[in-house]
Structures are given as C-alpha cells and as structure tokens.
Ligand binder design. Sequence first.
Ligand SMILES: Cc1cc2nc3c(=O)[nH]c(=O)nc-3n(C[C@H](O)[C@H](O)[C@H](O)COP(=O)(O)O)c2cc1C
Length: 262
Amino acid sequence: MVGIYLSGTGNTEHCLKKLLEGLDPQAEAISLGSAGTASAVAENEEIFLAYPTQFSNIPYMVRDFIDSHGTLWKGKKVFCLTTMGLFSGDGTGCAARLLRKYGAEITGGLQIVMPDSVCDSKMLKKSPEKNREIIAEADRKIEKSIGEIAAGRYPREGLSFPAHLAGLFGQRLWFFGKTRNYSKKLKIGDACVGCGLCAGRCPTGNLSVRDGKAVAGERCTMCYSCISLCPKQAITLLGKSVVEQCRYERFAAPAAEVKPAE
Ligand SMILES: Cc1cc2nc3c(=O)[nH]c(=O)nc-3n(C[C@H](O)[C@H](O)[C@H](O)COP(=O)(O)O)c2cc1C
C-alpha cells in the first residue's frame, strides 16, 4: 500500500497521512513532484491517490501524472481521496473515471471538507475557531473511514452518477477552462525579495529565482503552495492581493498560537 498526493496548503497531506497511519503505519505517502512516484505506482498493488478539488475537478498536475503513466495503472487497486473547501460533487470521480480508462480498479472514494486554500480571495474564509472545528470533523470522518475500510467496506463518495452530475453542472462546466491546462497566470509582485522559498516548494518546478526575484513559468497547477508560504505575501493567482495565508498547520494550531490574518 502506498499514498501519492498533491497538497498545496497541507490539508490533503494531513488527511492522507492520517488515513494511511490508521490502515498501515508502514505505508509511505509520497508527494507528487518528488522522486519515486512512478516507481511507487509500479511497485504497489494498492494505491491511495489524494489531491485537492479544484473547481470540482482534478488539479492538472494529477491528471498529467495519471495520463503520463497510463500503462502503470492496469490492474492497480486505487482509492481516491479529495479534500475540498465546501463542494466537490465528483471530485474523486474525475480521477476514478480516468484511472478506469487505464485499467485500474477503483476501490472507493472519500471527499473531506477542510479549510479553504484560496489565499487571495475573501470567499469561503472562516474564523480560526471554525477552521479548527472543520479539521476536527474531518479527523472524525477519517477515523470512521479507517474502521470501515479495515472491515472491507470502502466508502464510495463522489463515484456515483448523481455525484457526476452535481460536479459537472454545479461547477465543472463553468470553470472547465481553469483546470484544462497548467496555468500561466501566477503573479509575482514587487514585494518579492527573491528568498526562493516558493521555488523550493513548487511541486511542478514552475518557479525560479532570477536577478533576486522569483519568476513564474507556465506550469502552475494552482495548488497555492507558494502563495500560502511567501513571507512577503508577494504572490497571487486568482485574486489581486493575499487576504490570509492558508496553511493546515496554522489552522490546526491551538487558539493561542493562531496569529490574526494580516
Ligand atoms: C484553484 C482552486 C480551486 C478550488 N476549487 C474548489 C472547489 O471547486 N470546491 C471546493 O470545495 N473547494 C475548492 N478549493 C479548495 C480546496 O480544494 C481545499 O481547500 C483543499 O482542502 C486544499 O487542499 P490542500 O491544502 O491539500 O492544497 C479550491 C482551491 C483552489 C486553490
């Protein structure tokens, strides 16, 4: 058993690792973009694939990973896990359908509400208390799912036909263009001091530092990792300025340690 994940602000990483810990403490969770993801698929029969929902769709990097290793999925048992700020419809189903095309067997799906990761928009922003409640609820759901999976009853969230319709008509049709390709719309503002933190953490290698300033290419998978980490809040994507840097660690911290959004 192995876990493979994309996680921009830490939500999906937390959920996948908690699930795996409960199912098989020896199972590794490997981040997309690091070495060894393809061989992990090749070497394991059971795979937990986890990613954040983006406009009720799969992040482009995850789609690309599935497509570019098409032959490796044949006969694999894949469980799809998505995290979402509010609504996903068939967030798991999008990957499941693609994986089935390559011959994978889908064992189940889990869609978990977590804090919103879009740092440069006021939409869906919640208080630190509310985010802590959301995480506690997510943890309870994962614990329950561990029991069910261990008993051979895999949850099937997001895999049904009604879920497909909900995802398609609820969001995907209207936002399809945003998840069709890698984005070239990442903006680096004048506040950038070229520290390189963003470049070091970008899963697609889309950022580099040139002449003392970060430079973005055309392979942004919209994960918000860089935006949530930049010490100068100099990076934006969907919005014009950073409202609140979203990180799982920050939201999960005890109340006294949560700094107010700047
Ligand atoms: C570009 C983008 C699009 C998103 N679209 C949705 C969405 O359609 N529905 C939803 O509920 N959450 C949406 N979210 C929120 C994330 O799915 C959610 O916060 C997720 O837990 C982030 O996981 P991560 O911390 O592992 O990156 C979106 C986030 C981003 C960055």
